[in-house]
Design a protein around this ligand. Structure first.
Ligand code: TYD
Length: 218
């Protein structure tokens, strides 16, 4: 039996600073002895990165946006995530299906039942072992986004109501799946958030090793 390795995804509204914590997570897993694949959605593969450009920049029907997000994900799972996990590597994924529920579902009103049907079709029960949602009130995330000076994509140009709805969907998902999803507040200063991330990672790792004891013995 090959050793089961962790798959962690990170989520949050734009401007919540999740990308700054990806490195902390990767380093933590490396210190635990894992070879780590760091990847992102939309994207993560050559085709997925092309789809990302379209999803982020092109005005399209909402169902097209949803289908392209899942198309990018199917490719990502097939070419990157599944192979990495089966070769015994850990995976850190910057956004995954929770983003589609939060942005296209919560933010834009795409029916959650249809998202569930697509999720079932593309990855069923294959989900990250841990999802950290970096949470920030939209008034603050929009303030932080405004200060980056980079050309905003289609999502970053949305108004506060949109981000309130995205956030509400994230929080609802966390409430419904507390075993996988953990909320990390992005409000405190960065070093404090980093420490809270490490607390979550240590607790997760202890659970993960315990749940997979038999594969760790081999
Ligand atoms: P993000 O990952 O935050 O990249 P960057 O830090 O470079 O801006 O941005 C990706 C955007 O795509 C973000 O606004 C959320 C959006 N998104 C969706 O709307 N649906 C999805 O399924 C995914 C994966 C992302």
């Amino acid at each position: 039996m090959s050793k089961k390795t962790p798959w962690i995804s990170i989520e949050g509204v734009d401007g919540a600073g999740k990308s700054s914590h990806a490195e902390t997570i990767v380093n933590f897993l490396k210190d635990e002895g894992y070879d780590v694949v760091s990847t992102r959605e939309p994207g993560g593969t050559e085709l997925g990165e092309r789809l990302r450009e379209e999803i982020l920049r092109t005005d399209m029907a909402l169902s097209t946006e949803v289908l392209l997000s899942f198309a990018s994900r199917a490719e990502h799972l097939d070419k990157v995530i599944r192979p990495a996990l089966s070769e015994g590597r850990a995976v850190v994924c910057d956004r995954f299906t929770d983003s589609t529920y939060a942005y296209q579902g919560g933010g834009k009103g795409y029916p959650l039942s249809s998202l569930l049907a697509l999720e079932t079709m593309v990855h069923g029960g294959e989900n990250p072992d841990l999802t950290l949602i970096f949470d920030l009130p939209p008034v603050e995330s929009l303030r932080r986004l405004g200060g980056t000076g980079k050309d905003p994509d289609k999502f970053e140009r949305q108004d506060r109501k949109f981000f309130e709805d995205v956030r509400a969907e994230y929080l609802s998902r966390a409430q419904n799946d507390p075993g996988r999803i953990r909320i990390v507040s992005s409000e405190p200063p960065l070093p404090e958030v980093k420490e809270n991330v490490l607390v979550e990672l240590r607790a997760f790792m202890a659970r993960f090793k315990n749940d997979n004891k038999s594969s760790f013995k081999i």
